[in-house]
Design a protein around this ligand. Structure first.
Ligand code: B12
Ligand code: SF4
Length: 459
């Protein structure tokens, strides 16, 4: 079978310029699962290569695959639909398979109302995809394959859920050189998260499953054999769980000498690690640690089920700084029951913590989350524009569908600008501030346009 696996292009050009250069892991994982099976597999990572929709379709047309497989997060849905439609226009016999966070969190809707998506893979993809492609190749019945959704006589059929792979090392070793070189590489450490934050969909369940340190080291070495990336991102829902595994990994990085050869970053949550842990992280080659801080209000923190408090947040950040790590803070405005007062506290906390970098997001009700349910049930002081499709719920599509009873979007936009500005200038980090604003100039203009629209339309 000739299979083409696609990571769709970014919707906006400016966004792509800021984050281009990072290969999408699931493409190499999925290709790995078809290794030694006599299939021909092409990968198109449009985001990595900065390809447009037309570029992608040009490549698909020239390779003429039997199957086009698309990886879809919710924000990619409009462009994934366009690709599937264009594929069917070229040849209606080509089968389109989708997978990723969006179909996984919306299994009932993954193919219904989507005439150009034939089959969706739900959950962890490697094993399901390999079984499915084999069945299609051998023209066998695929109705017994776990973890898929498809249409049969206009009915949507959902098969049994796919069980998670317990030992991640059983998954095929990814061959990153199947993609053009990038400047930042995600290396998967674990899958699953035991926490239950109200705004997050846990893609791979609650149980944390890990790759062995030996395999992680081997994967990094295999990447270094053909490219010297600027940095690695140790990908995990919450880095540092379980602790013993992390310590073993740090030791393996130190013993192999990789700690001196690579720079890596990771993201975790406050209140989980102590000073010794951060010091060991630093010794193992980590240069930056991100924290999901979310809010500066104690009550909101309780309501997000984040299970952290302001004291713990400050302590964690100070320890990471004391260990010599850069600190990144992820914050969200628009938590359930957010008010002007609580949002201002979030802005003030971000400035006070004097983090190396902050991202101030606005709540998006991703499917499968408590926030999504609350928004649909008009709880949490949310106002939802139900006319908008779910994938419209993102800033890059213009109109936001989630609004708030107690706080205007224009005020949130003002708070975001205030935070970015005061983080640098109140903390007297003038040079850094100027280079931050210069780096994100293009995004900044879009952001200001968005903010201006919210102010003009009094949203
Ligand atoms: C770590 C993480 C990240 C990391 C690394 C992501 C990565 N791709 O490895 C970073 C920081 C880069 C990131 C970025 C983003 N993330 Co994120 N991320 C997570 C997190 C915490 C864990 C996900 C994970 O372990 N990924 C590992 C990879 C291997 O999984 P995967 O790419 O989905 O691929 C597997 C399956 O989905 C499937 N699959 C995927 N594509 C396809 C395609 C086909 C054809 C098939 C058959 C199967 C298949 O098979 C793959 C292998 O098993 C989850 C939350 C959670 N607790 O689970 C959020 C989460 C997935 N992220 C989310 C979002 C929104 C994003 C961003 C869009 C944020 C943004 N605005 O830029 C980007 C999108 C990047 C992308 N295209 O993946 C949302 C997705 C919601 C949604 N409905 O779309 C989640 C669920 C968090 C939330 N807010 O609820 N993320
Ligand atoms: S936000 Fe982080 S800690 Fe919370 S459920 Fe998602 S991955 Fe887990």
């Amino acid at each position: 079978m000739k299979v083409c696996i696609i990571n769709p292009p970014y919707i906006t050009k400016s966004y792509s310029s800021a984050v281009m250069g990072t290969p999408l892991p699931c493409l190499v994982y999925l290709k790995g699962s078809l290794r030694n099976k006599n299939h021909h597999v092409d990968l198109i990572d449009a985001k990595l290569e900065g390809l447009s929709f037309e570029d992608v379709m040009g490549r698909v047309k020239s390779s003429m695959p039997d199957i086009v497989a698309i990886s879809v997060v919710t924000t990619d849905m409009p462009i994934a639909r366009d690709i599937a439609k264009a594929v069917k226009e070229i040849n209606p016999e080509v089968l389109v398979i989708v997978g990723g966070a969006h179909p996984t969190s919306t299994p009932q809707k993954a193919v219904s109302g989507e005439p150009n998506f034939d089959i969706a893979v739900i959950g962890e993809g490697e094993v399901t995809f390999a079984e499915l492609i084999d069945a299609l190749d051998q023209k066998k019945d695929y109705s017994k394959i776990d973890g898929i959704v498809y249409r049969k006589n206009n009915e949507v059929v959902l098969t049994q859920p796919r069980k998670y792979v317990e030992d991640l090392d059983e998954l095929p070793f990814p061959e990153w050189k199947n993609l053009p070189p990038g400047n930042m590489y995600y290396v998967q450490i674990s899958r699953g998260c035991p926490f239950q934050c109200s705004f997050c969909y846990r893609l791979f369940g609650q149980k944390v499953r890990v790759h062995s340190p030996a395999r992680i080291i081997r994967e990094i070495q295999s990447i270094l054999e053909y490219v010297q990336p600027e940095e690695f991102f140790f990908s995990a829902a919450t880095f540092g769980l379980p602790k013993d595994h992390s310590i073993e990994l740090f030791d393996a990085l130190i013993d192999s000498g990789l700690n001196k050869k690579i720079k890596w970053r990771a993201a975790t949550r406050p209140g989980l690690h102590d000073l010794d842990f951060f010091k060991k992280m630093k010794e193992a080659g980590c240069f930056s640690v991100g924290f999901g801080i979310e809010s500066g209000d104690e009550e909101i923190l309780k309501k997000t089920s984040k299970d952290s408090d302001l004291k713990g947040i400050e302590k964690s950040i100070n320890m990471a700084k004391a260990a010599g790590l850069e600190t990144v803070g992820f914050f969200i405005f628009g938590h359930p029951y957010e008010t002007k007062k609580t949002a201002l506290k979030t802005s003030n906390l971000a400035i006070k913590l004097n983090l190396s970098l902050v991202t101030m997001g606005i709540m998006t009700p991703w499917p499968g989350t408590n926030v999504f349910e609350m928004a649909h049930n008009e709880q949490g002081d949310y106002i939802l524009d139900k006319e908008q499709p779910i994938e419209g719920q993102h800033k890059h599509f213009g109109k936001r569908v989630l609004l708030f009873n107690n706080i205007k979007l224009s005020y949130i936009q003002w708070l975001r600008i205030r935070t970015y500005f005061l983080l640098y200038f109140k903390n007297k980090r003038f040079r850094e501030g100027i280079s931050f604003f210069a780096k994100y100039l293009e995004d900044g203009i879009l952001f200001l346009r968005e903010a201006a629209a919210d102010i003009i339309f009094r949203r």
